[in-house]
Design a protein. Structure first.
Length: 621
């Protein structure tokens, strides 16, 4: 058994004892915990560096640094000096700023977003997108990941230009379903700019960071000169050693640009655990702080809701709200325990720590707030569980560009085994019914719930969180069917290429044959499709990080070829229609050609479905 797994088992066993066995929240106990936990974790996750901040009852209780902020320069990770990129933890700062404007009466959460924009969001649905929809991740946008970052500062567009040129499609009415939206947060940042008359970063500097005395927090795309020497480097672990990665410039800045020290983050946590005040002023009134802890969107009573800018969770009976962040090797988590006056911030600067972060927070809760007893068996419930089976896709997906191809590699399958549900995705898990369309994990403290939409046409699943949302897909939208269609195209075209290729080298006895141009075009279309589909598969199976800078040159070329190759497919279909009335070739050769023509039609439909049929046309001015 791996060392970290042993450590987790130890904490689980400790949590099964009475709560009296938990140590008190003292500086010494917390320091001992993190010293032990990080030492153990380093044996399971290659960790370059980490910083930690803990607050309790209105004061900073613990600041810790582990490992290196810069391995090459041998700079230790320092919770007071080292800037770690907090990525999506930037979002609670944006929502705090929006709530300030609400408190001042400069906007309302029920205002249409369009009121504050100087460009148009398409009116795809009758209902407008409201400010509250941005805050709850329910504006109804699809996901678009291509072109969200830049290699150099000079390549970063203005926030307005980014919002206009990278606008995702609206794929569902606002307010109905939650789907994590970086674009929505970037829109919120632009609303702040339009209302305040200053950039979102300058607004945060003046109205959030200054009152809270957070001098070592960066909001600017051009990293402040005084803070640049403090920025920790990010690392990936490969071939047994750490490799430094280049600084990643974020185009949708409000969604994840910020960097901060652990000490600065403790001040932000204290403000939200208290009455909104800081060392040098107040960022929110007490009512505003309470409102940010209030439920904004909850798709099902068994599922943890989205708050006004925070995401709620529960472990060992403790209510937790906060946010995580991930960008280019940096992984962070801010967890607030409002009923305990407790806040925890952890940040790592190496890619293997993506898993370490969550494990560390869970271990902290298990150590200091163990479950008072073993989890009781769920009450028996009767549900017709067969109604939930099928294939599900995450709502956070693309539907309007070639990025839709990602659905071929991601899915959640729900099946029935006796009186239990079997969920298979990254792993297989078992769930038992607890009533009201909800199930609890047989071996984990999570719930999954299902909800039928209003018109009874769609079924949605929520795996523990409103943001872990999935939609059941059937027929031609099901990943298994789509993969089968791709497989059919590949097999038939491969047989055609091999068969006609063989006959080109070893001709058969003279018989009525198809015109050479018909065969040549079909052979070329089939061969090109096989090559391009193979390239597509390699792209999906490989490193997709380059897409954040835009469409890579080789992928761009292949998409252009795939779009152009459809012209050959159209010719194949046309030739097939001509062969019977004109009597070209033998009946057998015409039938074989018809099979290839039908396959060309399937290939054309796949090109339409995955949005690369018109790729070349979209590049035209």
């Amino acid at each position: 058994m791996r060392v970290a797994a042993c450590f987790g088992l130890l904490l689980t066993l400790m949590s099964a004892t009475t709560s009296a066995a938990a140590p008190a929240l003292t500086r010494v106990a917390i320091a001992e915990f993190f010293d032990t936990a990080l030492t153990v974790q380093e044996q399971d996750y290659p960790i370059a560096g980490a910083v930690i901040g803990v607050v309790h009852d209105g004061e900073i209780l613990y600041l810790g640094g582990y490992g290196w902020a810069d391995i090459e320069a041998q700079v230790p990770a320092d919770p007071r000096r080292s800037l770690f990129r907090i990525a999506s933890i930037s979002k609670p700062f944006i929502w705090t700023a929006l709530m300030q404007l609400v408190e001042r009466g400069e906007l309302s959460l029920d205002d249409p977003v369009q009121r504050y924009l100087d460009f148009e969001i398409p009116a795809t649905f009758d209902a407008p997108i409201l400010i509250r929809h941005l805050m709850s991740h329910t504006p109804g946008f699809e996901e678009r990941g291509t072109g969200t970052a830049a290699r150099t500062l000079a390549e970063v567009p203005s926030l307005r230009d980014y919002l206009v040129t990278r606008m995702p499609a609206r794929v569902r009415p606002p307010g109905q379903q939650a789907s994590y939206s970086n674009y929505g947060t970037a829109l919120a940042g632009y609303v702040i700019e339009q209302v305040s008359g200053m950039s979102w970063g300058d607004y945060l500097d003046r109205h959030v960071l200054a009152p809270l005395a957070m001098p070592s927090t960066n909001t600017q795309a051009d990293l402040r000169e005084d803070l640049a020497p403090q920025l920790a480097r990010s690392y990936r672990f490969a071939d047994g050693r750490f490799e430094a990665t280049d600084y990643l410039h974020i185009s949708d800045g409000p969604a994840g640009l910020m960097s901060a020290t652990a000490e600065d983050m403790t001040r932000f946590m204290l403000a939200h655990l208290g009455d909104g005040s800081g060392t040098d002023g107040r960022v929110l009134g007490a009512a505003g702080v309470r409102q940010m802890r209030g439920v904004l969107f909850q798709p099902h009573p068994a599922i943890e809701p989205i708050l006004h800018g925070f995401i709620r969770a529960n472990r060992n009976g403790q209510v937790i709200y906060g946010h995580g962040g991930d960008v280019n090797g940096f992984h962070s988590q801010m967890s607030l325990f409002p009923e305990l006056g407790l806040g925890l911030f952890v940040a790592f600067n190496s890619d293997p720590a993506a898993a370490a972060r969550g494990a560390l927070v869970d271990a902290f809760v298990d150590r200091f707030f163990p479950a008072p007893h073993l989890r009781p068996a769920p009450e028996p419930a009767t549900l017709q569980i067969g109604q939930y089976t099928g294939e599900y896709l995450p709502l956070r997906r693309n539907q309007s560009t070639f990025e839709r191809l990602a659905v071929l590699t991601e899915r959640l399958s729900v099946a029935v085994d006796g009186d239990q549900l079997l969920l298979s995705g990254n792993r297989v898990s078992r769930w038992v019914p607890i009533g009201n369309d909800a199930f609890t994990g047989l071996y984990e403290e999570r719930q999954i719930a299902f909800r039928q939409d209003a018109d009874e046409d769609g079924l949605y699943a929520y795996l523990g969180s409103a943001l872990a949302s999935y939609e059941r897909v059937r027929g031609l939208n099901a990943p298994s069917v789509l993969r089968a269609l791709f497989g059919t195209v590949a097999v038939i075209f491969a047989l055609a290429v091999l068969g006609w290729g063989y006959r080109a080298v070893r001709p058969a006895e003279p018989v009525a044959s198809l015109p050479r141009i018909h065969v040549a075009i079909a052979w070329l279309h089939a061969a090109a499709t096989l090559y391009l589909v193979a390239q597509l598969a390699l792209t999906l199976a490989g490193d997709v990080e380059e897409f954040q800078f835009g469409v890579p040159a080789d992928v761009h070329r292949n998409l252009m070829l795939m779009s152009g190759n459809l012209v050959l497919g159209a010719l194949v279909v046309a030739f097939a229609l001509l062969q019977w009335p004109f009597g070209y070739g033998s009946p057998g050769s015409r039938l074989r050609y018809d099979v290839v023509a039908v396959t060309a039609l399937i290939n054309a439909w796949l090109a339409y479905y995955f949005n690369y049929a018109s790729y070349a046309a979209r590049l035209l001015p």
